[in-house]
Design a protein around this ligand. Structure first.
Ligand SMILES: [Zn+2]
Length: 284
């Protein structure tokens, strides 16, 4: 549990990046009244729960929620888009997945979207729609989707002195797109991080969010195999990583249609990452 004052400082240290502490950016001033919460009671958007920093202020890492506080699990969807993929999108490649988002809405599955700033630049209307829908929360997946370590699935690498700026640039892109409350959660591209990467983000107030269940949906063509991997992997408190990019994860919508009813039958409840972090810190 983080003492209330410290929590406020931690959240506000993200400051203008989140527009969560009264700072007024263009998107902030244009923001409509908060949408009414319907699908699930979300924690206060103004002060989302975060993990306390580690020794020396080190950026904390969250992998899953408590195993013994009920059968809550979080589906997370990465909206990947590497900075140099803009021309590919312009020539017709789909890095978004409206059908998947539609299915999540139909099935009323709360979810956390780890969005790259490049994606928000490419699909601002979809980013804004997700950002205003209380069923979803938008978190940060970097601006460029460049790796924060060497040797990360062949991704280009962001220099250590540019890491912080890359994360802040994504928050700026969200505000520009009209996303009002991006969360102080950051997912490293490819999930690749080391001590240097964690240190580079010290003081930003973000909690790094990994996962404990890999769906395997990236570049998969067999929806049943992906669904099995999810169903076999989840435990109470699990964080499942999936993608909401049609071109790189074409089976994900079908996987969701399979696993959601089955997991509900098994007694699982879908929550956002903020709720699992809140359970972990006692802030729920
Ligand atoms: Zn990614």
């Amino acid at each position: 549990m983080i003492p209330p004052l410290r929590r406020i400082v931690a959240v506000c240290s993200l400051g203008a990046a989140l527009a969560a502490c009264g700072s007024a950016g263009p998107a902030d001033t244009a923001r409509p009244a908060p949408a009414k919460s319907s699908a699930s009671a979300s924690p206060s958007t103004a002060r989302p729960p975060v993990l306390a920093p580690g020794p020396g202020g080190l950026t904390p890492v969250f992998e899953h929620g408590p195993r013994t506080l009920g059968k809550n699990i979080a589906l997370t969807f990465d909206a990947d888009m590497t900075a140099d993929q803009g021309p590919r999108a312009a020539s017709g490649e789909h890095f978004d997945n409206p059908e998947l988002i539609g299915t999540l809405r139909t099935l009323k599955v709360p979810a956390t979207i780890f969005m790259t700033g490049s994606w928000a630049d490419q699909y601002p209307a979809e980013a804004r729609s997700l950002g205003h829908d209380p069923q979803f929360e938008i978190a940060n997946h970097s601006y460029s989707h460049y790796a924060f370590t060497q040797d990360c699935y062949g991704l280009p690498t962001v220099d250590a002195d540019q890491m912080r700026a890359d994360v802040e640039r994504a928050y700026t892109a969200f505000r520009t797109a009209g996303v009002p409350h991006a969360l102080p959660y950051f997912r490293f591209p490819g999930g690749c991080y080391d001590q240097q990467a964690l240190r580079a983000l010290n003081g930003l107030g973000v909690t790094a969010v990994q996962w404990d269940v890999v769906s395997g949906d990236a570049f998969a063509t067999d929806a049943d195999a992906v669904a099995r991997q999810v169903l076999d992997g989840v435990k109470p408190g699990s964080v499942v990583v999936m993608h909401c990019t049609r071109s790189a994860a074409p089976t994900t919508e079908r996987v969701v249609r399979t696993v959601v009813p089955e997991l509900r039958k098994r007694g699982y409840r879908f929550v956002k990452v903020s709720e699992l972090i809140g359970e972990t810190t006692g802030q729920h």
